[in-house]
Design a protein around this ligand. Sequence first.
Ligand code: ADP
Ligand code: MG
Length: 378
Amino acid sequence: MSTVADAFATRHGAAPTGVWFAPGRVNLIGEHTDYNDGFVLPFALPHRAVVAAAPAAGGRSRVRSVQEPGAPVEFSAASVVPGEVPGWAAYVAGTCWAFREAGYPVGEVELELDSDVPVGAGLSSSAAVECAVGVALAGLAGADVDPTTLARIARRAENEFVGAPTGGMDQMASMHGRAGRLVFLDTRGDTVELVPFDLPAHDLELLVVDTRAPHAHASGEYGARRADCEAAAAALGVPALRDAGPDDLPRIADERIRRRARHIVTENARVVETVRLLSGGADPRAIGPLLDASHTSMRDDFEITVPHVDVAVEAARDGGATGARMTGGGFGGCVIALVEADGAAAVTASVREAFAQRGWAEPVVFPGTPSDGAGRLA
Ligand code: ADP
Ligand code: MG
């Protein structure tokens, strides 16, 4: 991915000051728990956004993206405020704004962006862009900003500049990821613990299946789930569902709200149990039933799956997966499957066959390898 540095040099007649990157992520387990003060367990992917950057002469910043051909988007990084930059460049300008709001110096910049994180697949191409820009801004300013602070800046860009009311998992995973490790995040206080996840040592692989399901009503449904969780916490008189346990659930009168709460309560417990097993050196196959139970809970209690992901999960299990679940916010996106390394082809074939039978577009399958979080490339 030094192509982005080459493109920068060709365009500007000089090499960039530096090249920075930040990865997309996959969540192993812990879905919709992040906005309930709960636990999540993502890891950083080898897929990354890469940004070549240098200070810009004059009073304007410019950003180009290989994925958004056309004229560069211009704004003033030193003065931009929410509402001024629409579209994809809002993720970039928003990070400049949030970085400034956090009290760091921001001058005008030339940015050249490239990314191989699939867009809109639930692998967090948006956090990859924000975090890559965040580490670039810190690098250009010569500021030593810790990963959690940068993740919060990136999240603020997404929440307040782009206007997407997401939790903080994506940016924390993109900043804190490490090769061979999971990022165990307690979203109450944003504390991070790295958990070993050495699949090759156990002859295992984690397949990521991008179902390419058409996303339907995802943002509206997301808001509705958040509202249901708030209603559940209010019914129980707790600050967040993180503070509720299984014994509390019968106290929720409304049947739907009770099921929503049951997903969050049991999902938090599954994350904690997954961490306990893996930190204790258990064979990773032991987490298979937890992945399966997470999917059932998302399908029946939280109701965020769609036929494409349910079929992919079933077909992965039929093909021999040790465990499988939808990952990400739901209503489309990706499925993960824990598989024997020598059984990956059979699982892939099983999923492809199930999709072909239904006349659905072929899913994209690739190994999810826990990789390093954001940093400087050159
Ligand atoms: P995801 O699950 O991929 O994060 P989002 O809807 O949150 O999906 O973010 C996708 C949006 O992020 C894109 O529509 C685009 O605006 C922006 N984006 C992601 N990657 C790039 C890129 N390489 N160049 C420009 N914009 C990007
Ligand atoms: Mg996103």
